[in-house]
Design a protein around this ligand. Structure first.
Ligand code: 3PG
Length: 218
């Protein structure tokens, strides 16, 4: 694995998207899985980790990873409100990802000094996020909302925006996204399958992360 540069305590959204070809979207049901899972992903070459705020244990998992896996850069996903952003930052999250964009979430992350990858699926949403200073965006749900063809169309009017398509992305279709000039990385849950977590099969997670980290990109 290539030696990676040290990352600032609070990376920028561009740094979060540039670090590896894939940002794993992680849903944790058991806090005991958080630290070994994060270590398994880092061992495979992926250190930007998005733990979604979708389960009651998510904040505890973020806190555990922040404290015990310093090689990882832990972020919070599914941030839908200012209070989600505040709770995530308090737990130790170093970046945030949202499934959509609101001014309240954008302002909260800005005030907290937390990089945000806002989710967008339309031109108007891109324009609103851009007005608030966000130019590194998550395209969600990527496959359902138009896939690579949508990103090709957006490259005309929004050629100063970089995207992280997420939603329906797989190891197979990731290549097509990553070949696009306006795609910095992709996001996806395929690196952390629920059955691998339930079986605590960390070697499988490391293997999946290694495959993802080796994906070619522009
Ligand atoms: C999500 O927020 O659920 C992500 O987009 C993950 O989608 P996926 O499970 O299709 O990778």
């Amino acid at each position: 694995m290539a030696v990676k540069q040290a990352i600032a305590d609070r990376p920028t959204a561009a740094e979060v998207m540039q670090d590896a070809a894939v940002i794993p979207v992680i849903v944790l049901q058991d806090p005991a899985h958080a630290v070994p899972l994060a270590r398994a992903l880092v061992a495979g070459g992926i250190r930007m980790l998005e733990v979604t705020l979708r389960t009651p244990v998510a904040l505890a998992c973020i806190e555990a990873i922040a404290k015990e896996v310093p090689e990882a850069v832990i972020g919070a996903g599914t941030v839908r409100s200012a209070s989600d952003a505040q709770a995530a930052a308090l737990a130790g999250a170093r970046f945030a990802v949202s499934p959509g964009y609101t001014r309240a979430v954008g302002k909260a992350c800005h005030d907290l000094g937390l990089a945000l990858l806002p989710g967008v699926a339309t031109g108007s949403e891109i324009m609103m996020a851009q007005e608030d200073g966000y130019t590194a965006l998550k395209f969600f749900p990527a496959m359902q909302a138009g896939g690579p063809a949508m990103l090709k169309a957006w490259h005309g009017p929004f050629n100063d925006v970089r995207f992280c398509p997420t939603g329906g992305v797989t190891l197979q279709n990731a290549r097509e996204f990553l070949a696009l000039p306006n795609v910095a990385c992709v996001g996806g849950s395929w690196l952390t399958p629920a059955d691998a977590l339930a079986a605590q099969d960390w070697a499988r997670v490391t293997r999946l992360a290694g495959e993802a980290a080796a994906l070619p990109r522009k």
